[in-house]
Design a protein around this ligand. Structure first.
Ligand code: NAD
Ligand code: ZN
Length: 342
Protein backbone atom coordinates (compact mmCIF):
# COMPACT_ATOMS: atom_id res chain seq x y z
CA UNK A 1 0.00 0.00 0.00
CA UNK A 2 0.94 3.66 -0.41
CA UNK A 3 2.52 5.35 2.65
CA UNK A 4 4.41 8.50 3.56
CA UNK A 5 7.54 7.34 5.37
CA UNK A 6 10.85 8.35 6.84
CA UNK A 7 13.12 6.04 4.86
CA UNK A 8 16.52 7.44 5.82
CA UNK A 9 17.69 9.43 8.88
CA UNK A 10 17.50 12.77 7.08
CA UNK A 11 15.18 15.70 6.27
CA UNK A 12 11.84 15.05 4.52
CA UNK A 13 9.49 12.12 3.91
CA UNK A 14 9.01 9.81 0.92
CA UNK A 15 5.82 8.53 -0.68
CA UNK A 16 6.58 4.83 -0.90
CA UNK A 17 5.05 1.38 -0.86
CA UNK A 18 4.86 -0.69 2.35
CA UNK A 19 3.16 -3.89 3.54
CA UNK A 20 -0.50 -3.54 4.53
CA UNK A 21 -0.62 -3.86 8.38
CA UNK A 22 -1.58 -7.12 10.12
CA UNK A 23 -4.92 -6.97 11.96
CA UNK A 24 -4.75 -8.53 15.45
CA UNK A 25 -7.81 -10.08 17.16
CA UNK A 26 -8.54 -6.82 19.03
CA UNK A 27 -7.70 -4.45 16.17
CA UNK A 28 -9.64 -2.58 13.53
CA UNK A 29 -8.19 -1.87 10.09
CA UNK A 30 -9.02 1.65 8.97
CA UNK A 31 -9.04 2.64 5.29
CA UNK A 32 -7.70 6.20 5.49
CA UNK A 33 -9.68 8.98 3.78
CA UNK A 34 -7.97 12.15 4.99
CA UNK A 35 -5.01 13.00 7.19
CA UNK A 36 -3.76 16.28 8.65
CA UNK A 37 -0.21 17.47 9.22
CA UNK A 38 0.69 17.99 12.89
CA UNK A 39 3.48 20.10 14.41
CA UNK A 40 5.00 16.74 15.42
CA UNK A 41 5.13 15.70 11.76
CA UNK A 42 7.03 18.93 11.09
CA UNK A 43 9.62 17.95 13.73
CA UNK A 44 9.85 14.56 12.01
CA UNK A 45 10.13 16.18 8.58
CA UNK A 46 12.93 18.51 9.79
CA UNK A 47 14.61 15.55 11.50
CA UNK A 48 15.47 17.61 14.58
CA UNK A 49 17.10 16.32 17.73
CA UNK A 50 13.83 15.06 19.22
CA UNK A 51 12.89 13.22 15.99
CA UNK A 52 16.34 11.64 15.71
CA UNK A 53 16.12 10.10 19.14
CA UNK A 54 12.43 9.13 18.88
CA UNK A 55 11.44 7.97 15.38
CA UNK A 56 12.51 4.50 14.22
CA UNK A 57 13.67 4.39 10.58
CA UNK A 58 12.27 3.20 8.23
CA UNK A 59 8.68 3.85 9.36
CA UNK A 60 5.62 5.64 7.99
CA UNK A 61 4.33 8.37 10.29
CA UNK A 62 1.15 10.49 10.80
CA UNK A 63 -1.50 10.41 13.52
CA UNK A 64 -4.28 12.86 12.53
CA UNK A 65 -6.82 11.10 10.35
CA UNK A 66 -10.31 10.00 9.48
CA UNK A 67 -11.20 6.79 7.69
CA UNK A 68 -13.59 3.90 7.44
CA UNK A 69 -13.39 0.51 9.14
CA UNK A 70 -12.41 -2.03 6.47
CA UNK A 71 -11.68 -5.09 8.61
CA UNK A 72 -12.06 -6.15 12.25
CA UNK A 73 -10.34 -8.71 14.49
CA UNK A 74 -12.56 -11.50 15.80
CA UNK A 75 -12.70 -10.13 19.37
CA UNK A 76 -13.85 -6.64 18.34
CA UNK A 77 -17.29 -5.50 19.55
CA UNK A 78 -19.13 -2.22 19.10
CA UNK A 79 -17.99 -1.43 15.53
CA UNK A 80 -19.01 -2.59 12.10
CA UNK A 81 -17.40 -2.55 8.68
CA UNK A 82 -18.00 0.85 7.06
CA UNK A 83 -18.11 2.85 10.34
CA UNK A 84 -16.44 6.22 9.89
CA UNK A 85 -13.83 6.69 12.61
CA UNK A 86 -10.92 8.75 13.81
CA UNK A 87 -8.71 7.41 16.55
CA UNK A 88 -6.84 8.15 19.73
CA UNK A 89 -3.15 8.13 18.84
CA UNK A 90 -1.98 7.19 22.33
CA UNK A 91 -2.05 3.44 22.75
CA UNK A 92 -2.01 2.70 26.46
CA UNK A 93 -0.88 -0.40 28.34
CA UNK A 94 -4.08 -1.32 30.17
CA UNK A 95 -2.27 -2.68 33.23
CA UNK A 96 -0.61 0.31 34.98
CA UNK A 97 -2.35 1.91 37.96
CA UNK A 98 -3.78 4.82 35.95
CA UNK A 99 -5.03 2.66 33.09
CA UNK A 100 -6.74 0.36 35.56
CA UNK A 101 -8.35 3.37 37.24
CA UNK A 102 -9.71 4.62 33.89
CA UNK A 103 -7.20 7.49 33.70
CA UNK A 104 -5.66 6.26 30.50
CA UNK A 105 -4.27 9.67 29.50
CA UNK A 106 -1.91 9.25 32.46
CA UNK A 107 -0.61 5.83 31.36
CA UNK A 108 3.14 5.63 31.94
CA UNK A 109 3.65 3.20 29.03
CA UNK A 110 1.96 5.15 26.20
CA UNK A 111 2.97 4.26 22.65
CA UNK A 112 2.31 6.89 19.95
CA UNK A 113 0.80 6.04 16.56
CA UNK A 114 3.03 7.53 13.87
CA UNK A 115 5.74 8.26 16.45
CA UNK A 116 6.72 5.00 18.13
CA UNK A 117 4.85 2.70 15.73
CA UNK A 118 3.61 2.83 12.13
CA UNK A 119 1.23 5.72 11.49
CA UNK A 120 -1.78 6.96 9.57
CA UNK A 121 -0.04 8.49 6.54
CA UNK A 122 -0.95 5.36 4.59
CA UNK A 123 -3.83 3.72 2.79
CA UNK A 124 -4.53 1.56 5.85
CA UNK A 125 -3.92 1.84 9.60
CA UNK A 126 -4.42 -0.95 12.17
CA UNK A 127 -5.07 0.13 15.77
CA UNK A 128 -6.67 -1.48 18.84
CA UNK A 129 -10.45 -1.12 18.48
CA UNK A 130 -10.64 0.64 21.87
CA UNK A 131 -8.65 3.48 20.34
CA UNK A 132 -11.08 4.00 17.45
CA UNK A 133 -13.77 6.66 17.86
CA UNK A 134 -16.95 6.66 15.80
CA UNK A 135 -17.71 9.99 14.12
CA UNK A 136 -21.36 11.11 13.94
CA UNK A 137 -22.71 11.73 10.41
CA UNK A 138 -23.15 15.48 10.92
CA UNK A 139 -19.40 16.03 11.41
CA UNK A 140 -17.36 16.53 8.22
CA UNK A 141 -14.36 14.42 7.19
CA UNK A 142 -12.16 17.51 7.43
CA UNK A 143 -13.07 18.17 11.06
CA UNK A 144 -12.90 14.49 11.95
CA UNK A 145 -9.35 14.42 10.55
CA UNK A 146 -8.22 17.03 13.11
CA UNK A 147 -9.80 15.51 16.24
CA UNK A 148 -6.32 14.78 17.60
CA UNK A 149 -5.13 18.43 17.85
CA UNK A 150 -8.70 19.64 18.49
CA UNK A 151 -8.53 17.21 21.42
CA UNK A 152 -5.32 18.82 22.71
CA UNK A 153 -7.06 22.20 22.55
CA UNK A 154 -10.18 20.81 24.25
CA UNK A 155 -8.33 18.96 27.00
CA UNK A 156 -6.32 22.10 27.79
CA UNK A 157 -9.14 24.65 27.50
CA UNK A 158 -11.63 22.61 29.54
CA UNK A 159 -9.14 21.93 32.34
CA UNK A 160 -10.48 24.92 34.24
CA UNK A 161 -13.86 26.64 34.36
CA UNK A 162 -13.82 29.45 31.77
CA UNK A 163 -17.35 30.80 32.24
CA UNK A 164 -17.12 34.57 32.72
CA UNK A 165 -13.33 34.44 33.03
CA UNK A 166 -10.59 36.41 31.28
CA UNK A 167 -8.41 33.95 29.43
CA UNK A 168 -4.88 34.41 28.12
CA UNK A 169 -3.68 32.00 25.43
CA UNK A 170 0.01 32.18 24.44
CA UNK A 171 0.76 30.79 20.96
CA UNK A 172 -1.60 31.07 17.98
CA UNK A 173 -0.60 27.81 16.34
CA UNK A 174 -3.53 25.66 15.18
CA UNK A 175 -4.06 24.40 18.73
CA UNK A 176 -4.02 27.87 20.32
CA UNK A 177 -6.46 29.14 17.70
CA UNK A 178 -8.85 26.25 18.31
CA UNK A 179 -8.60 26.98 22.04
CA UNK A 180 -9.78 30.54 21.32
CA UNK A 181 -12.93 29.21 19.66
CA UNK A 182 -13.55 26.77 22.52
CA UNK A 183 -13.07 29.43 25.23
CA UNK A 184 -15.51 31.66 23.37
CA UNK A 185 -18.00 28.81 22.89
CA UNK A 186 -18.08 27.86 26.57
CA UNK A 187 -18.57 31.43 27.80
CA UNK A 188 -15.27 33.14 28.61
CA UNK A 189 -15.37 36.99 28.76
CA UNK A 190 -12.10 38.25 27.25
CA UNK A 191 -10.04 35.79 25.22
CA UNK A 192 -6.64 37.31 24.52
CA UNK A 193 -4.14 35.41 22.39
CA UNK A 194 -0.48 36.20 21.69
CA UNK A 195 1.93 35.24 18.92
CA UNK A 196 4.60 36.83 16.75
CA UNK A 197 2.95 35.75 13.47
CA UNK A 198 0.35 38.21 12.07
CA UNK A 199 -1.17 35.65 9.71
CA UNK A 200 -2.02 33.32 12.58
CA UNK A 201 -3.21 36.17 14.82
CA UNK A 202 -5.61 37.21 12.09
CA UNK A 203 -7.03 33.68 12.01
CA UNK A 204 -7.40 33.77 15.82
CA UNK A 205 -9.34 37.03 15.51
CA UNK A 206 -11.63 35.37 12.99
CA UNK A 207 -12.24 32.54 15.47
CA UNK A 208 -13.40 34.86 18.24
CA UNK A 209 -10.40 36.35 20.07
CA UNK A 210 -11.21 39.60 21.89
CA UNK A 211 -7.65 40.74 21.14
CA UNK A 212 -4.94 39.01 19.12
CA UNK A 213 -1.65 40.50 20.27
CA UNK A 214 1.62 40.50 18.37
CA UNK A 215 4.08 40.53 21.28
CA UNK A 216 6.89 41.70 19.02
CA UNK A 217 5.09 45.06 18.76
CA UNK A 218 2.56 45.30 21.60
CA UNK A 219 2.65 44.52 25.26
CA UNK A 220 0.09 42.74 27.42
CA UNK A 221 0.05 45.42 30.11
CA UNK A 222 -1.37 47.90 27.57
CA UNK A 223 -3.92 45.35 26.34
CA UNK A 224 -5.12 44.79 29.92
CA UNK A 225 -5.56 48.55 30.38
CA UNK A 226 -7.42 48.82 27.09
CA UNK A 227 -9.80 46.02 28.19
CA UNK A 228 -10.25 47.61 31.63
CA UNK A 229 -8.81 44.53 33.28
CA UNK A 230 -7.70 45.97 36.59
CA UNK A 231 -6.39 42.72 38.06
CA UNK A 232 -5.15 40.06 35.65
CA UNK A 233 -6.03 36.95 33.69
CA UNK A 234 -7.98 34.27 35.53
CA UNK A 235 -6.95 31.37 33.32
CA UNK A 236 -3.83 30.92 31.17
CA UNK A 237 -3.42 28.33 28.40
CA UNK A 238 0.23 28.05 27.34
CA UNK A 239 0.30 26.77 23.76
CA UNK A 240 3.57 28.03 22.31
CA UNK A 241 6.31 26.13 24.12
CA UNK A 242 8.27 29.41 24.09
CA UNK A 243 9.79 30.25 27.52
CA UNK A 244 9.34 34.03 27.18
CA UNK A 245 5.62 33.52 26.46
CA UNK A 246 5.21 31.55 29.68
CA UNK A 247 7.21 34.13 31.65
CA UNK A 248 4.93 36.88 30.41
CA UNK A 249 1.85 34.77 31.18
CA UNK A 250 3.01 34.35 34.80
CA UNK A 251 3.45 38.12 35.06
CA UNK A 252 -0.04 38.91 33.80
CA UNK A 253 -2.04 36.35 35.79
CA UNK A 254 -4.31 37.42 38.61
CA UNK A 255 -3.65 36.02 42.08
CA UNK A 256 -5.21 32.59 42.36
CA UNK A 257 -5.07 32.18 38.59
CA UNK A 258 -4.98 28.79 36.93
CA UNK A 259 -2.62 27.75 34.12
CA UNK A 260 -2.75 24.74 31.83
CA UNK A 261 0.55 23.97 30.08
CA UNK A 262 0.35 22.20 26.72
CA UNK A 263 3.29 23.82 24.88
CA UNK A 264 6.54 21.93 25.30
CA UNK A 265 9.41 24.22 26.34
CA UNK A 266 13.07 23.16 26.26
CA UNK A 267 13.79 21.09 29.38
CA UNK A 268 15.45 23.05 32.20
CA UNK A 269 13.58 26.23 31.23
CA UNK A 270 13.81 28.59 34.22
CA UNK A 271 10.83 30.61 35.51
CA UNK A 272 10.32 33.12 38.29
CA UNK A 273 8.87 30.84 40.99
CA UNK A 274 7.96 33.87 43.09
CA UNK A 275 5.18 34.55 40.56
CA UNK A 276 3.78 31.08 41.20
CA UNK A 277 4.14 31.10 44.97
CA UNK A 278 3.10 34.61 45.96
CA UNK A 279 0.22 34.65 43.48
CA UNK A 280 -0.92 31.20 44.61
CA UNK A 281 -1.10 30.02 41.00
CA UNK A 282 -2.30 26.56 40.10
CA UNK A 283 -0.39 24.95 37.21
CA UNK A 284 -1.43 21.78 35.42
CA UNK A 285 0.53 19.89 32.74
CA UNK A 286 -1.49 18.55 29.81
CA UNK A 287 -0.60 15.53 27.71
CA UNK A 288 -2.76 14.34 24.84
CA UNK A 289 -6.48 13.93 25.31
CA UNK A 290 -8.55 12.38 28.12
CA UNK A 291 -9.74 8.98 26.97
CA UNK A 292 -12.39 9.35 26.02
CA UNK A 293 -14.04 12.25 27.83
CA UNK A 294 -12.26 14.76 25.59
CA UNK A 295 -13.57 12.98 22.48
CA UNK A 296 -17.19 13.14 23.65
CA UNK A 297 -16.80 16.83 24.54
CA UNK A 298 -15.42 17.58 21.05
CA UNK A 299 -18.45 16.02 19.39
CA UNK A 300 -20.81 17.80 21.77
CA UNK A 301 -19.21 21.20 21.18
CA UNK A 302 -19.37 20.80 17.39
CA UNK A 303 -22.98 19.71 17.66
CA UNK A 304 -23.82 22.71 19.82
CA UNK A 305 -22.47 25.25 17.33
CA UNK A 306 -18.68 25.44 17.76
CA UNK A 307 -17.37 26.46 14.34
CA UNK A 308 -13.81 25.33 13.69
CA UNK A 309 -13.98 25.34 9.90
CA UNK A 310 -11.71 28.44 9.39
CA UNK A 311 -8.78 26.56 10.96
CA UNK A 312 -8.56 24.27 7.92
CA UNK A 313 -6.82 26.45 5.36
CA UNK A 314 -5.29 24.07 2.80
CA UNK A 315 -6.10 20.76 1.06
CA UNK A 316 -3.78 18.70 -1.16
CA UNK A 317 -3.94 15.22 -2.65
CA UNK A 318 -1.29 13.09 -0.90
CA UNK A 319 0.87 13.09 -4.04
CA UNK A 320 1.41 16.82 -3.35
CA UNK A 321 2.57 16.22 0.22
CA UNK A 322 5.73 18.27 -0.34
CA UNK A 323 3.68 21.39 -1.01
CA UNK A 324 1.57 20.53 2.03
CA UNK A 325 4.62 20.34 4.29
CA UNK A 326 6.09 23.51 2.79
CA UNK A 327 2.81 25.30 3.50
CA UNK A 328 2.96 24.21 7.16
CA UNK A 329 6.65 25.10 7.37
CA UNK A 330 5.94 28.63 6.09
CA UNK A 331 3.85 29.36 9.20
CA UNK A 332 1.21 30.99 6.96
CA UNK A 333 -1.43 28.31 7.42
CA UNK A 334 -3.88 26.76 9.80
CA UNK A 335 -4.35 23.01 9.40
CA UNK A 336 -3.26 21.37 6.16
CA UNK A 337 -5.22 18.31 5.00
CA UNK A 338 -3.81 15.54 2.78
CA UNK A 339 -6.44 13.61 0.87
CA UNK A 340 -5.74 9.87 0.35
CA UNK A 341 -8.69 9.24 -1.96
CA UNK A 342 -8.39 12.19 -4.36
P1 NAD B 1 2.85 25.63 16.63
O1 NAD B 1 4.33 25.49 16.67
O2 NAD B 1 2.13 25.65 15.34
O3 NAD B 1 2.40 26.93 17.45
C1 NAD B 1 3.21 27.61 18.33
C2 NAD B 1 3.00 29.09 18.07
O4 NAD B 1 3.72 29.84 19.06
C3 NAD B 1 3.49 29.56 16.69
O5 NAD B 1 2.43 30.14 15.96
C4 NAD B 1 4.58 30.56 17.04
O6 NAD B 1 4.66 31.63 16.11
C5 NAD B 1 4.11 31.03 18.42
N1 NAD B 1 5.11 31.80 19.18
C6 NAD B 1 6.44 31.94 18.95
N2 NAD B 1 6.99 32.82 19.82
C7 NAD B 1 5.97 33.26 20.61
C8 NAD B 1 5.89 34.18 21.70
N3 NAD B 1 6.99 34.80 22.16
N4 NAD B 1 4.69 34.40 22.25
C9 NAD B 1 3.58 33.76 21.82
N5 NAD B 1 3.59 32.88 20.79
C10 NAD B 1 4.77 32.63 20.20
O7 NAD B 1 2.31 24.46 17.55
P2 NAD B 1 0.88 23.75 17.72
O8 NAD B 1 0.83 22.57 16.83
O9 NAD B 1 -0.25 24.73 17.71
O10 NAD B 1 1.11 23.22 19.20
C11 NAD B 1 1.25 24.14 20.27
C12 NAD B 1 2.26 23.66 21.31
O11 NAD B 1 1.74 22.49 21.96
C13 NAD B 1 3.62 23.24 20.76
O12 NAD B 1 4.61 23.61 21.72
C14 NAD B 1 3.52 21.73 20.68
O13 NAD B 1 4.78 21.09 20.77
C15 NAD B 1 2.69 21.44 21.91
N6 NAD B 1 1.90 20.19 21.89
C16 NAD B 1 1.80 19.53 23.06
C17 NAD B 1 1.01 18.41 23.16
C18 NAD B 1 0.86 17.72 24.47
O14 NAD B 1 0.27 16.64 24.50
N7 NAD B 1 1.34 18.32 25.54
C19 NAD B 1 0.32 17.94 22.03
C20 NAD B 1 0.41 18.67 20.84
C21 NAD B 1 1.20 19.80 20.78
ZN1 ZN C 1 -1.05 2.21 31.31
Amino acid sequence: MKALAKLTPSVGLTLTSVEKPEVGPNDVLIKIKKTAICGTDIHIWKWDEWAQKTIPVPMHVGHEYVGVIAEMGQEVRGFKIGDRVSGEGHITCGFCRNCRAGRRHLCRNTVGVGVNRAGAFAEYLAIPAVNAFKIPDDISDDLAAIFDPFGNATHTALSFNLVGEDVLITGAGPIGIMAVAIARHVGARHVVITDVNDHRLELARKMGATRAVNVSRENLADVKTELHMVEGFDVGLEMSGVPSAFTSMLEHMNHGGKIALLGIPPSNTAIDWNQVIFKGLEIKGIYGREMFETWYKMVAMLQSGLDLSPIITHHYPVEEFKTGFETMLSGNSGKVILDWEA
